[in-house]
Design a protein around this ligand. Structure first.
Ligand SMILES: Cc1cc2nc3c(=O)[nH]c(=O)nc-3n(C[C@H](O)[C@H](O)[C@H](O)COP(=O)(O)O)c2cc1C
Length: 217
């Protein structure tokens, strides 16, 4: 990709307010978007995310009805992703999930596992005594996955919209009632809608480089 192509992608991506209901993203294209999420960086490598990918129209409509930030985006999207982030007890250094991650995913030897857990324990004691602090930290990581997915969507000419304007309690109830969410293990971080734009976005307005960048040479 040359620099112009990179700039084109960055300018193409915008928070799309309405998608073309008749255009579906192909499985191949969406697979790459999901890989961008899966391969995203996360602090301490904890990968605290899970992506619920919703193509079911009835469910997209139901969620759109309770989310002020996604009223049009959710029902018109081709794929609506609910981004879940792991609950605090899942992320404690001695949890089953962390054990699984270190041993079965990262294949770390026993001595490295115990060093790693020791570091996690001291970070938890210093920064994450409260479950809510640990959960906010996990949710930050999930936002990175969404950002990567939106940019990789744009690389494929696919539009997206991050949706933080959601009624978490209402979304939680809808998903729990359908057996799609285990609230012991996951919280709802935010949503992301993907599809193809109906309208051209306006000009991208941003602060100038001189306002947001300080060079130290
Ligand atoms: C965490 C987060 C939550 C957002 N929530 C919403 C939302 O609920 N609905 C919406 O239409 N846009 C939402 N946005 C989009 C922002 O309004 C948008 O990124 C910003 O205005 C810049 O415009 P652009 O993305 O089109 O460049 C959200 C963006 C972020 C990063």
């Amino acid at each position: 990709m040359n620099k112009k192509e990179i700039m084109d992608v960055l300018n193409f991506r915008h928070s799309c307010k309405e998608f073309d209901i008749n255009k579906k993203i192909s499985d191949d294209d969406f697979e790459v978007i999901l890989e961008a999420g899966r391969l995203s960086p996360s602090s301490m490598g904890i990968e605290p995310w899970k992506f619920l990918v919703i193509e079911n129209q009835e469910l997209k409509n139901e969620l759109g009805a309770v989310c002020w930030g996604g009223k049009v985006q959710m029902p018109t999207s081709s794929h609506l992703v609910v981004y879940l982030s792991r609950a605090a007890k899942e992320l404690r250094f001695d949890s089953n999930y962390i054990n699984h991650l270190l041993k079965e995913v990262k294949h770390l030897p026993e001595d490295v596992v115990s060093t790693y857990k020791g570091i996690m324990k001291s970070i938890e004691e210093a920064r994450f005594k409260e479950d809510s602090d640990l959960e906010a930290y996990a949710s930050e990581q999930v936002h990175i996955a969404l950002a990567n997915m939106m940019n990789v969507a744009a690389m494929q000419g696919i539009d997206s919209c991050p949706i933080g304007g959601i009624d978490r309690k209402a979304v939680e109830k809808i998903l729990v009632d359908r057996g799609l969410l285990d609230t012991d293990k996951f919280n709802i971080a935010l949503c992301g809608a993907f599809g193809y734009r109906v309208n051209d976005p306006g000009e991208k307005l941003r602060q100038g480089m001189d306002e947001i960048v300080t060079w130290i040479k």
